[in-house]
Write a protein that binds this ligand. Structure first.
Ligand code: F6R
Length: 242
């Protein structure tokens, strides 16, 4: 595990964007695993800025997102499909047909999860997976559990996650209670994993996840044993680490 200590959110975002940009320059047909949420927005902004300067070409890149809320269609303003278009896809020369996100409107979990696993396998696996860190240690929507999940599955969001995500909705009752998420095995099989974490609010979970035991109760802790994991965190997020 490598740790890149950034000064603040903007610096963290540039550092993560540098790693992703190098990945795309070295392998133009990379498969990028992407995340939503507040943490990667700055990284996406920086990638867009470098694309606009002519420094990165996304035309050969394929993407696969971590997760989607069950029940939201791709045009719903809080869907992760919408998030990805407005924060990244609409601003770069990535081909939309090369992007993949679980379908929130497929009601049959078995069908959708099997389809998404075929998509990941069909891409030949993930070259670089970008992650954020949930306040309870979740990655994707792999919530604390008594075992590590493997492949794509439907998950009931914990109260902590529903509360944390209420900030994106008008009221807590609007937050979907279920999501489809890539599994821990899918994430662990990525060639390279980069996580962005920022702010004092994540300092405790950063310490527990990366300086405590590996346990499914803190799903992100398994990244300690990934062969190429880089944590890009700002000083506040690392403030409980010696
Ligand atoms: C998003 C995702 C989640 C978030 C996590 C942190 O696709 O899979 O695991 O990365 O909830 O969210 P933020 O960055 O909003 O604190």
């Amino acid at each position: 595990m490598k740790i890149i200590r950034a000064r603040d959110y903007d610096h963290m975002s540039r550092q993560a964007a540098n790693i992703i940009s190098a990945q795309v320059i070295i392998k133009p047909d990379s498969v990028l695993g992407l995340a939503t949420g507040s943490s990667p927005i700055g990284t996406y902004k920086q990638l867009i800025a470098w694309y606009e300067k002519g420094d990165i070409d996304f035309s050969g890149v394929r993407t696969v997102n971590l997760d989607e809320y069950v029940g939201l269609d791709a045009n719903h303003v809080q869907s992760y499909a919408h998030f990805m278009r407005s924060n990244l896809f609409d601003h770069i020369n990535l081909r939309l047909e090369n992007t993949n996100i679980p379908s929130g409107v497929e009601p049959d979990a078995e069908t959708e999860c099997a389809r998404y696993d075929r998509v990941i396998r069909g891409l030949g696996g993930i070259d670089l997976q970008l992650l954020g860190l949930g306040p309870n240690g979740h990655i994707g929507f792999n919530e604390p559990d008594d075992h590590f999940s493997k492949t794509t599955h439907k998950v009931a969001l914990t109260d902590a996650t529903v509360k944390a995500n209420t900030r994106f909705f008008d009221r807590e009752s609007d937050v979907p209670r279920y999501a489809y998420t890539m599994g821990i095995q899918d994430i662990m099989q990525a060639e390279r994993v980069v996580m962005v974490v920022s702010g004092a609010g994540k300092a405790g979970i950063v310490r527990e996840a990366f300086f405590g035991p590996v346990t499914p109760r803190i799903p992100a802790s398994i990244l300690q044993i990934h062969k190429d994991f880089t944590l890009v965190a700002d000083e506040e997020a690392l403030s409980q680490i010696d």
